[in-house]
Design a protein around this ligand. Sequence first.
Ligand SMILES: [Zn+2]
Ligand SMILES: [Zn+2]
Length: 229
Amino acid sequence: MTSLRFVNHPLEEEYHSHTSDWSDGKNTLEEMRAKAKALKLKRLMITDHCTTDSTSLYCKGRTGNRRNPEDRNISDLELGFGVEADILDEEGGIRQDIQGVRFGFNILSLHGSTYVGDPTKVTDGMINAMIRHNINLIGHPYDFHLGKMDVKRIVACANAHRIGVEFNCKSVLNGNADMEGVMTVLNEANRLYFTTDAHSTDNLETYRRDGLTFLREEGFSLIYDGGLI
Ligand SMILES: [Zn+2]
Ligand SMILES: [Zn+2]
């Protein structure tokens, strides 16, 4: 049986989630926080989408107006804030701010709607961005956006720079992921994160439960801090 060693505790720490206040989640910050407490999470990292030129919900929040950035200043032990940054081109250009504010925790993802570079060179873009910018976690590198990325190259570069790579429950459970790429991440990433990419309070619960079931049914044993989960 293959063991997966996670950087975060899959049942207690969430590092990838969205709200309706700053991007395309369905629930507010307060609702997400209350749900996290009900689920006994010890850490909830809110990582809304960065500001881009897109007119989509990504950048506007559900109400069409993003909440005041100061409303995020209620961090405590259970709550942290980061950003899901977008890769923009093959040179590794990215956006990593929300309303001009930068964060200490940066997920880097490719989303087809915001990438304006050469679509055949998205892997180069991810590699260059890892070299150029302060990135903590690579988001869903196996998703079907603009064709396949070279997940092996991305994971090798992430390992070399001590950058995390996620097992993204949303991608896998919704069929958005190329499973060969997912298995590459699970087997080769040195800093493996379990994330839900929750866009609602329900996602926080069901994606976590179903993602763990998926991994167990695939025959993995799950390890955190030396102990079996
Ligand atoms: Zn994403
Ligand atoms: Zn996301």
